[in-house]
Design a protein around this ligand. Structure first.
Ligand code: SIN
Length: 493
């Protein structure tokens, strides 16, 4: 298989963007340092400090003090600065996209899309913070009036994943800043460069550096224990696996820290006979292949009704077989590498196991023998229920399709998982769309829509997929406490 490779000029441009980042070094990692690799080449692109827990706790003191001063600024001031941040991020779209592509492996076109998506959170909260929620109530028994208001929750710990290195940071930091909170930010060890660049650009646009303290470290467990053990930290927002989320919730419980957890998914997709075939193929392709399938909301178990199944599988497989694999910054690449070698090994084993148990391989299926962590866009049809891929989060460009005959059967299959982040339904029948969406046990549902995420929507899961919501006004509330004043009244004459 021929892989698309980038021009030398393009590679040099991204190298320059990376070399200017704070903390960057260009040598093999020494003690208390770690390397960041380019998944398209397996080459080191940066060496960064792995900070100690003492350093992390020093940052808590700095960000806590800065957060108190920030909370005292006017909403108009915070809104204006966040609007300036939005404009500055967009003005640096090319640089940000390069860095995202180089360290995470998504194509430049997708990375540019992520820059817009990520920046939109900043713009959304710049506007949203001007409309603080509050209320007025009467004591039913008379004699007092109750006012409710929102106050900043205090210092927030933000722990981000590697799959959307910019959007998952701005989706946390924008509402934190809007609410009036300082933050300690821990980027993923695999993709810290984007966070460093985002925070640098935010500081250039006017956010005080003391408010956003980034701690790069490979000692994640010790870091979380030290920071969550500090009573000045009042909030944690984490995106990552359910397993790590559960450990963080235990740590957060000690000081009763308000927690938002965006955890694992296992999204069911239901394609009914009455779906529009073209729309369904396009929608499922997006739901599967956005970010190379490396998303918590990615289509994971694709259930197709018997009457449309052959036509769907044919058209979908053809589309997947035409996906051009290449280095993330290569001209014309549709799909870059997956994040690391472990992901390649896991995907290979999931595909082999499914085929051994009777699944039909309709496209792709293997990892090309070239440098870089590549895996072909793959389609498996008639995946048996006992195959490992039928119950695990795939997190890669492999589509696992099985078939169903009735709506009731489809819903039973879809909900037979401890996870409940996203679900998808494809049908042209409005009644069916709403009935099925109502019965899916997921926090969000894409109806004839392969990309339901939106800044104006409250992203988050049910069951073991998490707690709390990100985006929309609900995402701002995650960084606020509700308070009330009960004002006694007596009659006057
Ligand atoms: C995620 O994969 O965690 C986020 C995806 C999204 O925002 O759509």
């Amino acid at each position: 298989m021929k892989l698309l490779t980038p021009s030398a000029q393009r590679a040099a441009a991204s190298d320059a963007a990376i070399a200017s980042l704070p903390g960057f070094a260009n040598h093999e990692p020494r003690a208390h340092e770690f390397a960041v690799l380019d998944p398209s080449t397996e080459q080191r692109i940066a060496t960064l400090p792995s900070y100690s827990t003492e350093y992390a706790v020093e940052q808590v003191a700095i960000a806590d003090e800065a957060g108190r001063a920030w909370a005292a600024t006017t909403p108009r001031h915070r809104s204006d600065v966040l609007h300036d941040v939005y404009a500055h991020l967009i003005a640096n779209r090319g640089r940000l996209a390069y860095v995202i592509s180089r360290e995470m492996g998504k194509t430049l076109a997708e990375a540019e899309g992520e820059v817009q998506y990520a920046s939109d959170y900043v713009r959304w909260y710049a506007d949203e913070l001007l409309r603080p929620a509050g209320g007025y109530r009467e004591n039913p028994a008379g004699g007092s009036t109750i006012l409710t208001k929102r106050a900043p929750v205090g210092l927030a710990l933000l722990i981000a994943p590697w799959n959307f290195p910019m959007a998952m940071i701005t989706r946390k930091i924008a509402p934190a800043l809007a609410a009036g909170c300082g933050s300690i930010i821990k980027p993923a060890g695999l993709t810290p460069l984007t966070t460093l660049l985002v925070v640098e650009l935010m500081a250039e646009a006017g956010i005080p550096r003391e408010l956003m303290r980034v701690v790069t470290t490979t000692a994640s467990g010790a870091f979380s224990e030290a920071v969550l053990g500090d009573p000045r930290v009042r909030k944690i927002s984490f995106t990552g696996s359910t397993e790590v989320g559960s450990t963080l919730m235990e740590l957060a419980a000690k000081n009763i820290v308000k927690s938002s957890m965006e955890l694992g998914g296992n999204a069911p997709v239901l394609v009914f006979d009455d779906a529009d075939l073209e729309r369904a193929v396009e929608g499922v392709f997006l739901a599967k292949m956005r970010n190379g399938g490396q998303s918590c909301v990615a289509a994971n178990r694709i259930f197709v009704q018997d009457g449309i199944a052959d036509a769907f599988v044919e058209a979908f497989s053809e589309k997947m077989a035409n996906v051009r694999l290449g280095a993330a910054i290569a001209e014309g690449a549709d799909l870059g590498p997956v994040i690391d070698g472990r992901a390649v090994t896991r995907l290979t084993s999931l595909v082999e196991n499914a085929v051994d148990l009777g699944a039909e391989l309709r496209a792709g299926g293997s990892a090309p023998e070239v440098p870089g962590y590549f895996f072909e866009a793959t389609v498996l049809d008639r995946v048996p229920a006992e195959a490992e891929i039928a119950s695990t989060e795939i997190f890669g460009p492999v589509a696992a399709i099985s078939r169903f005959s009735t709506q009731a059967e489809a819903l039973e299959l879809a909900n037979a998982t401890p996870f409940g982040l996203s679900g998808y339904v494809f049908t042209e029948n409005l009644d069916r769309a709403l009935n099925v969406a109502d019965q899916l046990e997921t926090g969000l549902v894409g109806v004839n829509n392969g990309v339901p995420s939106n800044v104006a929507a409250p992203f988050g899961g049910m069951k073991q997929s998490g707690l709390g919501r990100e985006g929309s006004h609900e995402g701002l509330e995650e960084y606020q406490e509700i308070r009330f004043y009960n004002i006694a009244r007596r009659d006057t004459v």
